[in-house]
Write a protein that binds this ligand. Structure first.
Ligand code: SAM
Ligand code: SF4
Ligand code: SF4
Length: 379
């Protein structure tokens, strides 16, 4: 299935007198070596194409959100990946280019906190030049956004998702596990809005008895600003956030809570497979979204692949591991070998963890105990 480098023997060189034809043949040869037709239209075992690639550019973060990297576990002694183990921008670009041939048109840069990685706009610039990529988004906690937003925009970033779990000063500090309130994140949102990023999405992870009493205030803050607040059910990702079902506030409950203050009506999805369910304010002042990853799993439409900070391809947020592309690339694998690895991983994929979770614990054997962490594969 995988190309074997036999292209050279397929090129027939013409007599030197016909220089133009020789040149054409060489160009043809060069373009064929960088295309991998067997990647086109690949689907997994459940017939899902690969459309989105989420790239975790760092496993480090300047926050210690209690549901993601709780401070008691990610203290000063915690060993993050050593620098040489982190994919370079060139390696990320190379993989993204091959994924684009497999059908990926959207890239999301995430982490960890992507803005703690030096020179991030340089990566955005490289990715924005890839044929077939028409959308590059960034998920960030926004703390460093104000000073980076212009460079990111100039480099070709199209969309921003900013996480902000509560507009309340104390709840924000508590959930983000660090001493600052939301001011820096709000400033980042303001700067990004002025630069024309639109619509900005605001991610709010909802945890029972933690921030559920501030949902209306957070919604009110952004109502009428053009930003779309998306309330996310607290998920059992990773193994370090002591997840319990009782802490999940379902999307249905969230809609009931917001509706008590503001009249809402459902809106059709922007496109088939959209992760968030949309609701608009009846008074015309914008919309909100809810992401029901726990109560209404959407595995059937899951077209997302994830690239970990150290180059492992992970095909589900709840997987226990991934396929190592970094070692293959550093051992000198040619593009057609890497493309073959992508095809093998994706066509062998049958993940649907959230659907199985909803059927009961007995269906989750093999994954529940040793899931990869979210900061490592990106949210
Ligand atoms: N540091 C960036 C940020 O917080 O936006 C990007 C990485 S973060 C892992 C990506 C998204 O995952 C954030 O919106 C975060 O709130 C969300 N997230 C992390 N842990 C989660 C969990 N257990 N359940 C639901 N969402 C979670
Ligand atoms: Fe950092 Fe984002 Fe995880 Fe919070 S959710 S600890 S900001 S990676
Ligand atoms: Fe996709 Fe896995 Fe989440 Fe299902 S559980 S939607 S397959 S990432």
């Amino acid at each position: 299935m995988v190309g074997t480098g036999n292209y050279v023997s397929a090129v027939v060189f013409k007599p030197v007198s016909n220089r133009v034809l020789v040149f054409d043949a060489c160009l043809d040869f060069m373009s064929k070596t960088s295309e991998h037709p067997f990647l086109k239209g690949i689907t997994d075992k459940l017939d899902r194409p690969v459309r989105d690639l989420r790239i975790s550019v760092t496993d480090r973060c300047n926050f210690r959100c209690t549901y993601c990297m709780p401070a008691e576990m990610f203290g000063e002694r915690y060993e993050f990946l050593p620098r040489p183990d982190i994919l370079t921008f060139e390696e990320i670009e190379r993989l993204a280019r091959l994924f684009a041939q497999a059908g990926v048109s959207k890239l999301r840069i995430t982490g960890g906190e992507p803005l703690v990685r030096a020179n991030l706009p340089e990566l955005v610039g490289k990715l924005s030049k890839i044929d077939g990529i028409d959308d590059i988004a960034l998920t960030t906690n926004g703390y460093l956004l104000a000073k980076n937003a212009q460079a990111l925009k100039d480099a070709g970033l199209n969309r921003l998702t900013i996480s902000l779990d509560s507009i309340d000063e104390d709840i924000f500090k508590k959930m983000s596990g660090q001493p600052q309130g939301p001011a820096n994140t709000l400033e980042g949102i303001q700067v990004a809005t002025e630069l024309g990023f639109s619509p900005i999405k605001i991610n709010v992870v909802v945890q029972r008895s933690v921030n559920d009493h501030t949902l209306v205030d957070t919604a009110r803050y952004f109502k009428g600003t053009g930003a779309i607040v998306r309330f996310i059910e607290f998920m059992d990702v990773g193994t370090k956030n002591s997840w319990e079902l009782s802490q999940v506030v379902t999307s249905k409950e969230v809609i009931e809570i917001i509706s008590e203050e503001f009249a809402l009506e459902p809106v059709d999805p922007n496109y088939s497979g959209e992760v968030a369910s949309r609701y608009r304010y009846v008074d015309g002042e914008g919309e909100i979204g809810v992401i029901s990853s726990v109560s209404e799993p959407f595995c059937g439409n899951c077209t997302r692949a994830r690239l970990s900070t150290d180059g492992k391809l992970v095909t589900c947020l709840f997987a226990s591991g991934g396929t190592d592309f970094k070692t293959a690339m550093r051992d000198g694998a040619a593009d057609d070998e890497i493309a073959g690895m992508i095809a093998r991983v994706w066509t062998g994929r049958d993940d649907r963890y959230s659907e199985l979770r909803s059927k009961g614990p007995e269906f989750q054997a093999g994954t529940a105990g040793d899931k990869v962490e979210m900061y490592y594969i990106g949210g």
